[in-house]
Design a protein around this ligand. Structure first.
Ligand code: MUC
Ligand code: MG
Length: 367
């Protein structure tokens, strides 16, 4: 079963409520739909979200690297030769979400051809994940109102709070307001997207010591090498590396260097193949993982839950699976539903991604 064509289709869907965080903000899902076609008629689907402030990729660069470099390299290879495909893709540095989308589309093809769900092929641990919702920057009362609405509407009881603003006391106050409003049983953790210095972060953690946070993520840059190690050594909770550990080798480097004590796995950047490398490295080192969100649409979210639910360790903590709720629309024919704070893996062969052709025609940017 040979790869005969790779499509990279730019599309844009506005957000009803933009997400703001220390390294940037998102108003439109200007993603790239990736479709890998085979000579047996199977088509694998995934999406690549450009995050220039995290990976340097843009919508245009993702389309260009797929059209000009990756597609010519992999057309003619068999869809089962994933290692051969990766050997080709790895000749180009960077471009993580473009590579990850191709990887996940290949798994989708393999699942369809085998007549099995990808989540089952990956590990088949469970069929659902509890959901953690990301609360972006806003005045504290609006952050509280959003969390209460999400809890009441979807039954979600874990929240990742964006921090990293200056002065740090605004974020500390928002976290205290959230804990007070939501009560002691709700899970809370914070993500600074590198916004603070090590000393600001240490001070903020001290002032949030009584909040029962479960994790702290990327509070300061990993490039502040010694300051970051100093902070991580003093953090009262596991310190998650997200954008500082975007490849398996970076995960090893950050963990062994003492710059992180937990890892965010994002299928949007490591697909399924390298996400398993990351997961297994963390398992063998005894490091906790959280399934993160690259501000994914519903296609990316389906990929995240398929992977997260497939393994014991990745299914342990609630996964960040709800950013799509802030979009005005999406491409799936059958929208995702979060109920009782839970998102289910889609049934069926492959990833179960069924694109609505009318919506694709409406939102695509290349026609
Ligand atoms: C997150 O976990 O940081 C914001 C920037 C990014 O790279 O991912 C999102 C969410
Ligand atoms: Mg993060």
């Amino acid at each position: 079963m040979k790869i005969v064509r790779v499509e990279a289709i730019p599309f844009a869907i506005p957000y009803a409520k933009p997400l703001r965080f220390a390294s940037g903000e998102v108003h439109t899902a200007d993603h790239v739909l990736v479709r890998v076609h085979t000579d047996e008629g199977f088509v694998g689907t995934a999406e690549a979200p450009p995050r220039p402030y995290t990976y340097g990729e843009t919508q245009e660069s993702i389309v260009a690297v797929i059209d000009r470099i990756f597609a010519p390299q992999i057309v003619g290879l068999a869809a089962l030769e994933r290692e051969a495909v990766h050997a080709k893709l790895d000749r180009t540095v960077g471009n993580p979400t473009a590579k990850a989308a191709i990887d996940m589309a290949l798994w989708d093809i393999i699942g369809q051809a085998a007549g099995m769900p990808v989540s089952g092929l990956l590990g088949g641990y469970t069929d659902r994940m509890r959901v953690s919702h990301m609360v972006g920057f806003a005045p504290a009362d609006e952050m509280v109102a959003e969390a209460e609405k999400i809890r009441d509407t979807y039954g979600i009881t874990t929240f990742k709070v964006k921090v990293g603003r200056r002065p740090y006391s605004d974020d500390v106050a928002a976290c205290h307001a959230l804990r007070e409003a939501l009560g002691p049983d709700v899970g809370l953790y914070v993500d600074g997207n590198r916004g603070w210095t090590p000393s600001e972060a240490a001070q903020a953690l001290r002032e949030m010591d009584d909040l029962g946070l479960t994790f702290a993520e990327e509070l300061c840059p990993a490039d502040d090498v010694l300051g970051r190690r100093w902070l991580v050594a003093r953090s009262p909770v596991p310190f998650i590396a997200d954008e500082s550990a975007t490849r398996a080798a970076e995960v090893t480097r950050e963990l062994l260097g003492g710059s992180a004590t937990a890892i965010s796995i994002k299928t949007a950047r490591t697909g399924f193949t390298a996400s398993q490398q990351v997961l297994h490295a963390c398992e063998t080192l005894g490091v906790e993982v959280v399934m993160g969100n690259q501000i994914d649409g519903q296609i990316g979210t389906l990929c995240t839950v398929a992977f997260g639910a497939a393994h014991r360790t990745s299914a342990h903590y609630p996964g960040e699976l709800s950013n799509f709720l802030d979009m005005t629309d999406d491409l799936l024919a059958e929208p995702l539903v979060i109920e009782d704070g839970t998102l289910r893996v889609r049934e069926g062969n492959g990833l179960g991604i069924d694109i609505d052709p009318g919506k694709l025609a409406r939102y695509r940017q290349d026609s």
